[in-house]
Design a protein around this ligand. Structure first.
Ligand code: AMP
Length: 568
């Protein structure tokens, strides 16, 4: 029997990392995969070379963000559930249309090429587990799956980032034989606080370690904010610097223009004016580095500096103290605090009151680069009442956990897992009110059935709508239509009852079927808004293939030759 390829990919807003699970006599261990440029954390950046579809991914692509931001794509994960497209000039008037999914496909392809090289495989892996934020919506999950398909994966399952992190945390303790010292009662609850470059997730896992060979991890609550992360903090720094500079230099119109350009970037993911895009891109890189340095300064009054580029040789320096930066963070900290407080309520709900106070948690683990910010750690300690654990490798755990999920999927006795939904889902009644079919916190994979009464109507076509975040409190303000079934029947009668089945698969994705109980006929839903057609996917796949540079590391790697050289 051939050895399974057990590959996991953390497709992050800022960085991407792949890992693979290696089966050993002692069970298995997870190895991280370097990029062709020697990085563990490969920047999630794609640059298209001028005049062609050819592209590069990673550190070199990030380098091009400075001078060629119009051909360089960063932070696309923020847009993966949206219908925003960007055009890249490839040859004269010819334009290549890309979107967050097809850009992500290029990042994934690069991660697969890295995996192939490091794992010495004859072909690219065709299966992988890809992590997504726990608070990702249905559309964002579908977008990620489509990116995987375009990258050439035949099978891809999604895993929530905090779930992956907790897998790695538990698996590592198991490997080191430290589970019982850490959780002497054999049970426990762990909160994962995950704040990365673009998203914020909180999950709570219930652990049952009474079978030490195969610990059980049950996710009992998820919460978060889909568009909050380090990117927002960089942007705040940049805008703050521009406003300060405008005050001291009111005669420089470029400062106001750059402020407008920064807003544009925030909304559309791109800036239309190339010169402005380049200046903003440079300043953001400088602001991000300044933000990271501020995390290491011990006191509020100590400053760090970043640069605003104003065109040509003109530039201004902005000095900002850790205290000023924390003041800029205040609105985000308040939102994070709100999410934490709400999480406790969700936890209480989902555990039928078993967990109702933070003291009942055993551990808090921090994941994601932005948890290095001291104000974030202080906030967690203030709300939860105890200090987070320090022995988690916050940048690496998610990719490793995804590889562990690949091992579980291959049937290896690694861990047992149960997950729960982050949202509730409902069906919109003919009179416009929503009935919750799947309450938030429901375990999945699962199937839920509901009845739908045909309203008084002369039509034979019936639109049935499924919404996400239906809100069991009755608040439908944030409900989002995710599925629509256009049900057709020549003999639809008022009062007929149709059976609607909503099933959630292992990746947290929903399928909806409407069935007529008389005929047994079923119609499947289609997804609203995004979703690529098969033709679009085929075209995108071809574009991705055509753009692979003939000089890149994947093409240079020939396993047969390396083996002959004794490299294995
Ligand atoms: P991740 O998505 O987990 O790779 O996190 C990336 C985010 O973490 C980026 O916004 C980084 O700027 C941020 N980050 C990394 N290191 C630090 C640090 N020392 N202080 C503040 N933010 C950081």
């Amino acid at each position: 029997m051939s050895t399974p390829i057990l590959c996991g990919i953390d497709l992050g807003t800022t960085n991407t990392l792949a890992a693979h699970f290696v089966i050993t006599s002692g069970g298995g261990e997870v190895h991280l995969i370097e990029s062709a440029e020697g990085d563990l954390l490969m920047p999630s950046v794609v640059h298209f070379y001028p005049g062609s579809k050819e592209y590069c991914v990673g550190r070199s692509a990030l380098g091009f963000a400075l001078n060629h931001p119009d051909r360089t794509f960063r932070w696309v994960k923020r847009y993966i559930g949206k219908n925003i497209t960007w055009a890249v000039e490839i040859d004269g008037n010819e334009l290549l249309e890309v979107n967050a999914r097809t850009i992500s496909a290029r990042i994934l392809k690069e991660a697969l090429k890295n995996a192939r090289r490091e794992m010495r495989l004859p072909e690219l892996p065709t299966e992988a587990v890809i992590s997504v934020p726990a608070y990702f919506s249905e559309q964002e999950r579908v977008g990620t799956k489509e990116a995987a398909e375009v990258a050439g994966l035949q099978r891809c399952r999604l895993i929530e980032e905090p779930t992956a992190a907790i897998f790695e945390f538990i698996y590592e303790l198991k490997r080191l034989g430290q589970l019982t010292t850490r959780f002497p009662s054999g049970r426990g609850h762990v909160l994962v606080f995950d704040l990365g470059g673009g998203t914020f997730d909180v999950s709570v896992a219930r652990l049952d370690l009474t079978n030490p060979g195969e610990p059980r991890v049950q996710i009992v609550a998820n919460n978060g904010i889909r568009d909050l992360g380090g990117y927002n903090f960089d942007m705040e720094l940049l805008k703050y610097g521009l406003k300060l500079a405008s005050k001291s230099s009111p005669n420089l119109p470029i400062l106001g223009e750059l402020l407008v350009a920064a807003e544009e970037l925030d909304i559309d993911g791109k800036i239309s004016d190339r010169e402005h895009a380049s200046l903003i891109s440079n300043a953001l890189i400088s602001a991000e580095a300044c933000k990271q340095r501020l995390s290491s300064v011990p006191r509020r009054e100590i400053t760090q500096q970043f640069t605003l580029y104003l065109g040509g040789a003109a530039q201004q320096y902005v000095d900002i103290s850790r205290g000023e930066f924390e003041d800029l963070l205040a609105p985000y900290l308040a939102r994070i605090k709100g999410v934490l407080q709400e999480t406790l309520a969700i936890l209480q709900d989902n555990t039928n009151g078993e967990i109702s106070r933070w003291e009942q948690l055993d551990e808090v683990i921090l994941v994601g680069g932005s948890t290095r910010i001291p104000a974030i750690r202080d906030l967690i300690q203030e709300v939860i009442g105890f200090a987070p654990s320090e022995d988690v490798r916050k940048d690496l755990v998610v990719a490793k956990g995804a590889a562990i999920q690949a091992a579980i999927d291959a049937g290896l006795p690694v861990l047992q897992v149960a997950r729960c939904t982050s949202y509730d889902y409902g069906i919109v009644d003919p009179n416009g009110t929503t009935k919750v079919v799947i309450p938030r916190g429901s375990q999945y994979p699962s199937q839920h059935k509901a009845k739908y009464k045909v309203p008084f109507s002369l039509t034979t076509r019936l639109p049935i709508t499924i919404v996400e975040n239906a809100g069991h409190t009755g608040d439908q303000a944030h409900a989002k239509v995710i599925k629509e079934v256009s049900y057709f029947h020549p003999l639809l009668l008022t009062g007929d009852e149709l059976e609607v089945t909503c099933s959630i698969d292992e990746s947290g994705l929903m399928k909806v079927f409407v069935e007529d109980p008389r005929s047994g006929e079923a119609v499947e839903s289609s997804i609203k808004d995004i979703s690529m057609t098969d033709d679009e996917k085929a075209q995108a796949r071809q574009d991705v293939e055509e753009g692979i540079s003939p000089h890149d590391a994947w093409n240079r790697y020939e396993p047969d030759r390396d083996e002959a050289d004794g490299a294995l």
